[in-house]
Design a protein around this ligand. Structure first.
Ligand code: DC
Length: 230
């Protein structure tokens, strides 16, 4: 039997935080008119649900229950961004804080939690196609994807991007603290036992340190065209 994710064209985009995945995936989904899976949001939502329910981040059993039963809706709003509603509460901004990101990275290191989120992620594969943004999209969740991209950038450049993003939103930030945090999170994501962050053997690796968003987008669209995906 052919599984749905094999029938639906899938482009996976993996890489560390701040490599530009989120922006590129959103633009790709818009350009191609495809679905978008922001898998990091599911780990962030699990961490936030844990906080709301007073579940400790080392209580694996309770975290698995939360992950398996996440009551979440992705709702189209006025702007580009989907609104995210967790248990009836709008949490679009709340899941983006540094604190929730750190907690998500802890939760994401737990194999049973990852397993609990697997089928939910694969359910995003719908025609005409799916752009899947994450850390293990090409290695674990969609191993048969038509195109696998791995975006990278130096930790310093990623910290600068995050810093500028926060400053432009009027949020106070310290570049040094952001860089430290990025290094801690990279180490956790890359060295964990289950589904560590690494390029799939057949991934196209793009170092975006010196590239503009438009250049990265064009490079990915070119790869998609070579594979007959456009
Ligand atoms: O991409 P992000 O910052 O929203 O991800 C939040 C955390 O979740 C990050 O520490 C890595 C983890 N994550 C993961 O382990 N696997 C994914 N497919 C997506 C995110």
């Amino acid at each position: 039997m052919v599984s749905r994710e094999q029938q639906v064209p899938v482009i996976t985009v993996d890489g560390p935080g701040g490599s530009g995945k989120g922006t590129i995936c959103r633009l790709l989904a818009q350009r191609l008119g495809w679905q978008l899976l922001d898998s990091g949001a599911l780990y962030r939502l699990t961490a936030l649900a844990a906080r709301h329910h007073g579940v400790a981040l080392d209580d694996v059993e309770a975290l698995v229950v939360l992950a398996a039963h996440l009551d979440v809706r992705f709702v189209s709003g006025d702007g580009d961004e989907l609104q995210i509603v967790l248990e009836g509460e709008e949490v679009t901004q709340a899941i983006r804080t540094e604190e929730t990101g750190s907690e998500a990275s802890v939760v994401a290191a737990l194999g049973p939690v990852r397993d609990a989120l697997l089928s939910r992620q694969r359910d995003f594969a719908h025609l005409p196609g799916l752009i899947a943004d994450g850390r293990d999209m090409g290695t674990v969740v969609f191993p048969a994807a038509d195109l696998k991209i791995y975006l990278d950038a130096s930790a310093e450049e990623r910290a600068r991007r995050r810093y500028n993003q926060l400053i432009s939103k009027g949020v106070g930030a310290s570049l040094g603290e952001i860089l430290d945090d990025i290094r801690v999170r990279d180490a956790r994501d890359m060295n964990r036992a289950v589904a560590p962050l690494k390029p799939a053997p057949d991934a196209v690796i793009l170092d975006t340190t010196q590239m503009t968003i438009e250049e990265v987008l064009q490079a990915v669209l070119d790869e998609a065209r070579h594979r007959g995906l456009r």
